[in-house]
Design a binder for this molecule. Structure first.
Ligand SMILES: [Zn+2]
Length: 86
């Protein structure tokens, strides 16, 4: 079991290649998630973000560029997660 998990991680790391070096940088056309209806000013990288679970409105998928254009910034929780993921 443990061995399988490790080789899976190794495969992911290998597949990442050089592009992962810029993983902290958010791609403009990548899809992000926003919560509509509660005047939220942030966008999320993951739909499973714990900040999104408290969303009272609807969760909408838009591009990062669009989110920024709407005056939104990256959610703190998602930002932390992204910086930890190397
Ligand atoms: Zn978030």
């Amino acid at each position: 079991m443990k061995h399988t998990t490790l080789s899976l991680i190794a495969a992911i790391v290998l597949a990442c290649g050089t592009s992962c070096g810029a993983s902290a940088q958010i791609k403009k056309n990548a899809m992000v998630y926003i919560c509509t209806g509660n005047y939220s000013k942030v966008y999320h990288l993951s739909r499973s973000c714990k900040s999104l679970t408290s969303c009272k409105g609807k969760i909408k998928e838009i591009s990062t560029g669009e989110a920024v254009k709407n005056g939104r910034h990256l959610c703190k929780v998602c930002k932390e997660k992204a910086s930890k993921r190397r």
